[in-house]
Design a protein around this ligand. Structure first.
Ligand code: F0G
Length: 467
């Protein structure tokens, strides 16, 4: 039944080719553009009010009601429940943070952190992975693959291991992936290909290899993955007792999340389930700022589905001429050629969005504030917080606005960035952070080296803690 309600459609309005959800495509067969999953909502079993989703809370013994993605399945009805692959993803929290609110210049009670680090693999990717692997299961795909800056590979590897599927093939850039994430891909048994190159190279290669070997592509090019990531917005709404916030702020890398959020809000409004949508802020790292450059500096817009792709092409040619590669300590978003660029433009259009870039210095300082405030995140996630600070200082975000930052990944994903920031090893600081223009660890909490001697230890405690 689900297969009749849902279909795939090319996002290019001049093409708009449609395909059954049973087809494995990852791009329009006619024009090569991105695909959406779209629904014949008249035939779907929709709730009249969002509050109706709360009924699932009483059925937490049912894996589909327990999942933070599938309890909203009425809003992503492309798969029959019998094909769903779930590992309990989406048990995440929305927490207000007074400390971080103060840091970014918002009034008390106005800043909320959506902590996606609580997912089984430690990042928001699990929301999308459950959806695309349910599709893979539905169409009988045998072996999955992805390119990754680390979290997608960790998530894909975990799901395949948990489901007892063949090991996935993951393509990562050499030396480009944080240790927490690499350790996950290895431990969960993925065939891990370290491409001599960066994420943009790995992304290009995985698409070519997937075509040749008929691998199931689990990147956010896959429109079914983005359907799962819509659920992050549903949970934000739920945690705010179904009140729409003023701002959603998200880091931008391959731009899958931003695209999924835009689609979620567009659909909720079309369906009459919300009466307004929040504004969207997408935050790039300054060392990987394609969207910022194109949207804010070159004026690229969605333009009714016909963005100026010649401008994009020229921009990429310029990057190549100048041999500019993405470079940021926020390795998760170290991406110069975001595959979902077009869909992100659409999301910015739907949500009256803005794009900002933030320095690695601002990212690490914001990250330390998030940690000290009682939630921990990896550098890319902290870009969202640094972005809010910037937008408040520009008076784009008002101190009284209700703002939700998506903390996309767990603190433990990238221990080296954290230890280099707080630690006392200048060499490590220079090698990891200094070379990227980070000058100081503004909020460092230094470890104290002390002799193996009780008197010395007591003196140190007296000096540092009991002053
Ligand atoms: N934050 C984290 C922790 C991520 O891992 C990613 C993307 C992003 C933000 C950016 O999200 O791509 O939807 O704009 N990581 C991908 C990966 C690219 O391979 O794990 P996006």
């Amino acid at each position: 039944m689900a297969e009749e309600i849902a279909y795939q459609r090319c996002i290019n309005p001049d093409c708009a080719a449609t395909y059954a959800v049973s087809e494995i495509l990852f791009g329009c067969a006619r024009c090569g553009d991105l695909l959406d999953v779209v629904y014949d909502w008249d035939r779907a079993a929709l709730p009249r009010r969002l509050e109706e989703f709360e009924a699932a809370w009483t059925r937490r013994h049912d894996p589909l009601a327990f999942s933070g993605v599938w309890r909203f399945r009425a809003l992503l009805p492309f798969v029959d429940p019998k094909h769903v692959v779930t590992i309990g993803e989406g048990q995440t929290l929305l927490r207000p943070s007074e400390r971080v609110a103060r840091y970014v210049g918002l009034k008390p009670g106005r800043l909320f952190l959506q902590y996606e680090g609580l997912n089984p693999s430690g990042s928001f990717k699990d929301n999308g992975m459950t959806a695309c692997l349910s599709h893979a299961n539905m169409v009988g795909a045998i072996r999955a693959a992805c390119a990754s800056t680390g979290n997608t590979s960790a998530s894909l590897a975990l799901f395949c291991a948990a489901a007892g599927w063949p090991s996935p093939i993951v393509f990562v850039g050499s030396g480009k992936i944080a240790y927490g994430k690499l350790s996950q891909a290895l431990e969960y048994g993925a065939l891990t290909l370290q491409i001599v190159g960066d994420f943009d190279d790995a992304m290009r290669q995985v698409q070519a290899a997937a075509k040749r070997l008929k691998l199931y592509l689990a990147n956010s090019l896959n429109p079914f993955r983005l359907e799962g990531q819509k659920a992050i917005m549903y949970r934000v709404l739920e945690a705010l007792r179904w009140e729409v916030p003023d701002w959603i702020v998200v880091p931008g890398g391959n731009l899958g999340n931003a695209s999924a959020f835009g689609k979620a809000w567009h659909e909720l409004r079309e369906l009459g389930l919300v009466d307004r949508v929040p504004r969207l802020a997408i935050i790039n790292a300054a060392g990987a700022n394609t969207l910022y450059a194109l949207y804010e500096q070159h004026g690229l817009r969605w333009n009714g589905g016909r963005p100026d792709m010649a401008l994009v092409q020229r921009y990429y040619e310029q990057l190549d001429r100048e041999r500019r590669r993405a470079n940021t300590v926020a390795s998760a978003i170290e991406i110069n050629r975001p595959v979902n660029l077009k869909k992100a433009l659409r999301a910015l259009d739907v949500c009256d969005g803005v794009v900002r870039e933030v320095t690695d210095q601002a990212i690490l300082d914001a990250k330390a504030q998030v940690g000290a405030g009682g939630l921990g995140c990896e550098p890319a996630s902290a870009a969202a917080v640094a972005g809010v600070k910037k937008l408040v200082s520009e008076q784009v975000i008002e101190p009284d606005d209700r703002v939700v930052c998506i903390l996309t990944g767990h603190l433990l994903k990238d221990p080296i960035a954290t230890v280099a920031y707080h630690g006392t090893d200048q060499k490590q600081f220079d090698a990891v952070l200094g070379k990227r223009g980070v000058r100081r660890a503004t909020f460092a909490n230094r470890p104290v080296v002390v002799a193996n001697d009780l008197d010395e230890i007591l003196r140190a405690i007296q000096l540092y803690a009991l002053r």
